[in-house]
Design a protein around this ligand. Structure first.
Ligand SMILES: C[S@@+](CC[C@H](N)C(=O)[O-])C[C@H]1O[C@@H](n2cnc3c(N)ncnc32)[C@H](O)[C@@H]1O
Ligand code: SF4
Length: 380
């Protein structure tokens, strides 16, 4: 199976949302809820089982190329619970033999036994939310783990039988200098991991950081570090294949690549989003967002909408332009009716945001830098 979608419904990616965390980090706007008391594992598993049944009983899906347990902190769940969910999926949907199965984990919730249990349950890709190996930055981010715990979680994960391990890092952090930002990359590289996600810290509305902004490097400094970090990772053999994703050759994240290339995905769990192709229409579904509501409701889908034909170019490019690989005109035409003569394409070419050949188009460095401006051309 190719990494990028050539037909939205040739395959499917499955996302499973597990919404609890030990506590909420001050920068995070994901659908994540601080645990008050014990994890309601059984009640949530039952809700997921119902959700999966309802999603699959009247519809057959193409084979799964990836399954992604995201959060929240999925590693709060037991390996037995993850195994149970995977068994239900296996019983209700076709799965490709090389299906990538990722679990997001917080280093503060892992012991060797648990990690090994996830591996035995069928997880073949582990994504570790390290954020930084610099203790003062970790503290400013309100993380529940230390730099040492993070490092030892990486070493343990890499000693087990996962096909690949990803390390999430952030930069532009409070207490961070150019040297500590690059040192974070070095420490991640030294672990021997196959994939690094390197995110610039964004201040999201309705987070603690939005109400009480931390001191962090200014925009010019962050832009300078972006370029330095990209060079650093390239020198260590990590290819940048997406805005924030870097990997050793052959280790692109199948799940995200499929979704960014506008492939269909089903999302189950609290607040999970889906995009499915139905008789040539693109349908979006959203599950109930609050975990208690999601558990209590007999039906799990709260909203269903259809992407209108005139919205398709924007929706397609919003995802697809994140990926570095040039876009075939043929794919853009089939997926979203985008042709070289479309006015926003002409504008993007004129402004130097894009280049084109007879078969493909792609962003220039300038286009990548002004990605939001490029995308917004397709909103008008
Ligand atoms: C849903 S979290 C999953 C990992 C796990 N919950 C944890 O934090 O350890 C996915 C990743 O998004 C990144 N992230 C979250 N909020 C961010 C923000 N405001 N700016 C940049 N990156 C962010 C972090 O690197 C985080 O590891
Ligand atoms: S642990 Fe991860 S998902 Fe949970 S609040 Fe922190 S960044 Fe968000």
């Amino acid at each position: 199976m190719e990494q990028l979608a050539t037909q939205p419904d040739a395959a499917l990616a499955l996302y499973v949302h597990l919404p609890w965390c030990i506590r909420r980090c001050p920068y995070c706007d994901f659908n994540a809820h601080a645990l008050k008391g014990a994890l309601p594992e059984t009640a949530y598993l039952n809700a997921l089982k119902t959700d999966l049944q309802q999603a699959t009983e009247h519809r057959s899906f193409p084979p799964l190329v990836s399954i992604f347990f995201g959060g929240g902190t999925p590693s709060l769940f037991s390996p037995g619970a993850i195994q149970q969910i995977l068994d239900w999926i296996d019983a209700s949907m076709p799965i490709t033999p090389n299906c990538e199965i990722t679990l997001e984990a917080n280093p503060g919730t892992l012991e060797t036994e648990k990690l090994s249990g996830f591996c035995q349950a069928g997880i073949n890709r582990l994504s570790l939310g390290v954020q930084s190996f610099h203790q003062p930055s970790l503290q400013a981010l309100g993380r529940i783990h230390t730099a040492e715990t993070a490092y030892s979680a990486c070493s343990t994960a890499l000693s087990l039988d996962f096909n690949s391990v990803n390390i999430d890092l952030m930069f532009g952090l409070p207490q961070q200098t150019e040297a500590t930002a690059l040192k974070d990359l070095d420490r991640a590289i030294q672990t021997g991991c196959q994939h690094i996600s390197w995110y610039e810290l964004t201040i999201e509305p309705n987070t603690l950081f939005a109400h009480k902004p931390p001191q962090r490097p200014d925009a010019d400094t962050r832009a300078h570090w972006t370029a330095l970090g990209q060079k650093h990772l390239a020198a260590a053999g990590f290819n940048q294949y997406e805005v924030s994703a870097f990997c050793q050759p052959g280790f692109m994240c199948q799940h995200n690549s499929w979704i960014w290339s506008f492939g269909d995905y089903l999302g189950i769990g609290a607040g999970a989003h889906s995009k499915l192709t139905d008789a040539k229409e693109h349908i979006r579904l959203v599950r109930y967002r609050h975990p208690t509501t999601y558990i209590d409701r007999p039906n799990k889908v709260e909203v269903q909408t259809c992407i209108k034909p005139h919205e398709l170019p924007f929706e397609f490019l919003l995802n697809r332009l994140r990926i570095m690989q040039p876009i075939a005109w043929e794919t853009a035409q089939t997926f979203a009716g985008i042709t070289p003569s479309l006015q926003p394409i002409q504008q993007a070419l004129k402004k130097g945001f894009m280049t084109t050949t007879s078969t493909h188009f792609q962003l220039t460095d300038k286009g990548r830098w002004f990605l939001d401006d490029v995308i917004s051309l397709f909103l008008e």
